[in-house]
Design a protein around this ligand. Sequence first.
Ligand SMILES: Cc1cc2nc3c(=O)[nH]c(=O)nc-3n(C[C@H](O)[C@H](O)[C@H](O)COP(=O)(O)OP(=O)(O)OC[C@H]3O[C@@H](n4cnc5c(N)ncnc54)[C@H](O)[C@@H]3O)c2cc1C
Length: 409
Amino acid sequence: MRDEAKSRSGNRSASHPGAVSRSNVGSEIRGKLHAETIIVGGGVIGCAIACELATRGHDVLLVERARIAGGTSCAAAGMLAADSEEFTHSVMARLARESRALLHEQRERISLLSGVEMGLQQHGFITPFRSYSEVSSFKNKRSSTLSTEHMWWDRVAVQQEASWLNRDTYGAYYRPSESEVLPVNLTQAFARAAQTMGARVLEGVQDVHLHANLNGIQGIRSSIGTMTSKNVIVAAGLHGEELMRDVGLSLPVLPVKGEIAAVHFSSQHVSYRPDKTVYAEDIYIVPKANGEVWLGATSLPGRTDTKVSVQGIQKLITAATSWVPGMKEAHFLRAWAGVRPSTPDGLPYIGACESIPGLFAAFGHYRNGILLSAITAKLMADLICGKTSEELGIQDLYPERLNRKEILH
Ligand SMILES: Cc1cc2nc3c(=O)[nH]c(=O)nc-3n(C[C@H](O)[C@H](O)[C@H](O)COP(=O)(O)OP(=O)(O)OC[C@H]3O[C@@H](n4cnc5c(N)ncnc54)[C@H](O)[C@@H]3O)c2cc1C
């Protein structure tokens, strides 16, 4: 258990945002809280929403049962793969690009407000190929992601632009706009910036349940008492489904476990270190702003544990070394695992729950929650401020689309 906790916290790289501590949370505030909007969940999604709402002058209270950035957000690779991911729905492709642009726009402001650097880097992503037939199959399979803004590199260009790639590499597809962040830093930056803008952030609040009646949402009940609000946004990632069940709604979340390894190249071997992200079929290799290189990720549907398997890490290191032979000179640092919150139709739940006025969902971002954090925050703030899903073009993300059940009272 101790090892598991250690491996999960391995990806933490910013210090704690200084929210109310677990030990004093109950005695100080028991029974006193009201807010215009309560957000349940302190992952990247909840913290981004808190930041956006607070920035717009909204009265926000974020409630996290453990620690800020302690859930799936601390396990991510942090890629903002808006051009590289194959989105099955056109709305997601649009939102992904908008969100990547927003993160670039907001970087300086969030850093100034929070004092935390999100580690945003734009080195571009390379998809390498071993043969002409791999290129053809990529063109067929990924036609929707190809763009004239990207570049095809032949063998010579690969050696010039990425000399650390295997010399047998036949060619590559390069997407210069792709970027990545340090996910824990980003989450904590959002949380601290939200606090600077007046949001209240409570950690260690246990036994949170939604509280609704015939008039709609009334707030939440928790180990430290009842908290009332006009709106509640459920941003609890993997656990969003459980919370929604309290009020009779069925918003299924499907877990998909993933493992990542971190390595480091010493100054002696720095020429072997990738300076761009490798986004291959079998592996991604991400050079991070903190000097590390992250190798990810396995994909294990249905698994909710966060144990790291030897088999999983062996697979990642073998694939990484086959693309970047100098990888064998790197030092292994650590490995961790997390569980992606997927949904049956692959789309996140983003919007108002019409059957319970005042209740909103923002979870189920599967493998792109870091990327989609900024746009999710903007959309949720627009919805809270009175815009409709239709006006925002996100009606297909309607939270109650998969199942509707009677409200339990
Ligand atoms: C191996 C791996 C690699 C990934 N790589 C990428 C990537 O490169 N790029 C990308 O964009 N995404 C990536 N992802 C996906 C990304 O991590 C998730 O989509 C994202 O972190 C989801 O954020 P969240 O805020 O919804 O959930 P979380 O981060 O899990 O936050 C939810 C929070 O809610 C809290 N909570 C739950 N229940 C309650 C309750 N009842 N009361 C109070 N609080 C509660 C939890 O404690 C948690 O802190 C990856 C994921 C994994 C596992």
